[in-house]
Design a protein around this ligand. Structure first.
Ligand code: GAP
Length: 550
């Protein structure tokens, strides 16, 4: 028994779809604006009850696939604030920066490489004078006049600029005009001149200890990876691992992004799930095995890993492993794309980088980067710390600094992808022929925040309630259960559809034996996506549900 469903016309415009997702996230307690009662804070987000469960599931599944189900990866949980020399060695102090420009009028800051080129007539001034007081300002300024606008609007911007500089009633001096094509020197919002680009470091800075001096400056980590490199030797010595092996870590990272945007996609505080997988340099593999394997045509090397794999095959292996993991949590290959960075786009240390992209409503954007980083990081830390990062490989009788393959994923971006992927609207018709719209979050049962809703048909029948509580207690030690006895059963189903709960169990009069002994101790099991209901024995519930939610 079940009602009919057909997909409703999905919101046509991507922005409309995104707005609906954002609104559901707030309404159902997936994501809240951080510090909302104080007006919020740009680039920071909080996860509500459902969001916190979703996030935990995603992190647990990553951890399980990376560490528990493998012999060759171990975990690490490092501090967020580390010795500042780490960020000098890694290059973050010098190069982790974006070019920034400021509007000379409003002080608004933009990323120089994100300014849209504009054309028009630029109005230049050598300065301005206040005739009444005789006060003069000789700072040059210019404003861009967009095509079709009156010259007065450029003069108005310039007048505002000199007023801000302390002239009460400025008369503009030395006006001249010039045609400008595709310029990025002007604020696209008001035409005012921008400052020259200045590099702005994205690391959040603080001070360790009571004195706010440069000597005590510390940084909130902008990536979790560096802690793995600096603990490489300790982990190696305590874990009895041999190269090739990996170290995995999940944790917060902080970047003072200039333009946080697209909801949680680019935030200032976020979480990363990173693996640094240490491998032998190709020359050591060649010495040991005679040859170094090449990547098969389809780019996906066979499992399990082989001794003759060089960096290229290991890199291809991790790209494929990560794609399979995304599939296992409901992001099918058709929702993802791979972007192989071109030679001139690669970071200076990277030999190859593949980005796994998800087709978000606001564009196809990066979820994870998988980089072949050579031995850059360990070598840098060896140089800067003076401590050896060399590994003695007994099998190969060789000493070397291991190379590394790094799959690096963002938890928050993945959550956003899962939310976007799950969101659906459809028209449903019940048994009485009544049609209504239902919003349903089609999460894969593995990531779904709540796995099963348990519903007594009526809350005022003690026998139904007692049985329903027994079913709840049977399932609860194994999965996240939501017990709901409020309102009509149809409304309870809809509430769980919106939360993305894949299963619903209803305890009715058959369950308590009122319609004969055959159906006693059975319940209806409702499936979220098809809305089909089947009659199952309470005793079978765990064995039906567990394999689907784990
Ligand atoms: N250790 C390598 C590294 O950090 P990255 O490409 O800068 O590489 C890796 O970051 C992942 O972290 C990205 O693919 C993305 O999922 C996530 N990420 C980076 N910056 C982010 C931000 N501002 N907000 C949310 N997630 C971010």
């Amino acid at each position: 028994m079940g009602s009919m469903s057909q997909p409703a016309p999905q919101p046509a415009k991507p922005t409309e779809r995104m707005e609906k997702i954002v609104s559901l996230c707030k309404r159902r307690g997936f994501i809240f604006q951080s510090s909302e009662i104080y007006g919020g804070i740009n680039g920071f987000w909080d996860y509500g009850p459902l969001g916190a469960e979703l996030k935990r599931n995603v992190k647990d599944l990553w951890w399980k696939s990376m560490t528990k189900l493998r012999d060759d990866v171990v975990g690490l949980d490092a501090s967020i604030i580390m010795h500042p020399s780490i960020w000098k060695a890694s290059g973050h102090c010098d190069t982790f920066a974006d070019p920034m420009v400021d509007c000379l009028l409003t002080k608004k800051r933009f990323r120089a490489d994100q300014i849209e080129p504009q054309s028009g007539i630029a109005y230049f001034y050598t300065g301005a004078k206040d005739e009444a007081t005789g006060k003069e300002n000789n700072e040059p300024f210019s404003a861009l006049l967009a095509p079709g606008k009156p010259a007065e609007s450029a003069r108005k911007v310039a007048t505002q600029f000199y007023t801000q500089r302390g002239l009460e009633n400025p008369t503009l001096l030395g006006e001249r005009t010039e045609k400008v094509e595709n310029s990025t020197q002007y604020n696209p919002e008001n035409g005012a001149l921008l400052t020259e680009p200045r590099m702005f470091n994205l690391m959040f800075k603080s001070h360790a200890g009571p004195v706010e001096s440069e000597e005590n400056a510390v940084y909130l980590r902008p990536e979790t990876a560096q802690a793995i490199f600096v603990q490489f030797k300790n982990v190696l010595e305590t874990s009895r691992q041999k190269v090739p092996f990996g170290i995995a870590q999940i944790g917060k990272a902080f970047r003072n992004e200039i333009n946080p945007r697209n909801y949680t996609f680019r935030s200032r505080e976020f979480e990363q799930m990173e693996l640094e997988f240490f491998i032998k340099p190709d020359e050591v593999v060649e010495k040991q095995c005679g040859t170094v394997a090449t990547l098969p045509e389809n780019g996906a090397p066979a499992d399990p890993p082989q001794a003759n794999w060089g960096w290229e095959v290991w890199h291809g292996y991790w790209v494929e492993q990560r794609m399979r993991w995304y599939e296992s949590i409901g992001l099918g290959r058709e929702t993802l794309e791979q972007y192989w960075q071109k030679k001139d786009e690669l970071a200076h240390y990277a030999r190859a980088t593949v980005d796994i992209l998800y087709k978000f409503p606001f564009g196809t954007q990066e979820l994870e980067g998988i980089a072949a980083r050579g031995n850059f990081d360990l070598t840098q830390h060896q140089t800067h710390s003076g401590k050896s990062m060399e590994y003695f490989d007994q099998e190969a009788s060789a000493k070397y600094i291991p190379h590394v393959i790094e799959p690096s994923a963002g938890v928050d971006r993945l959550l956003l992808a899962l939310l976007c992927n799950a969101y659906a609207e459809e028209e449903v018709t019940d048994e009485k022929g009544k049609t209504e719209m239902r919003t349903v979050m089609r999460f894969h049962p593995r990531v779904a925040p709540i796995k099963v809703g348990v519903f007594p048909l009526l809350r005022n029948k003690p026998a139904l309630v007692e049985k329903a509580l027994q079913v709840r207690d049977l399932l609860r030690p194994h999965m996240n259960v939501f017990y709901d006895d409020g309102g009509a059963i149809g409304r309870r189903y809809r509430r769980q559809d919106e939360a993305g709960t894949p299963f619903g169990v209803t305890i009715d009069f058959d369950t308590i034996g009122e319609n004969g002994p055959e159906l006693q101790e059975t319940v209806t099991l409702r499936h979220r996506d098809s809305m089909q209901q089947e009659r199952v024995k309470i005793a079978d519930l765990l064995s039906i549900l567990l394999p689907q939610v784990q």
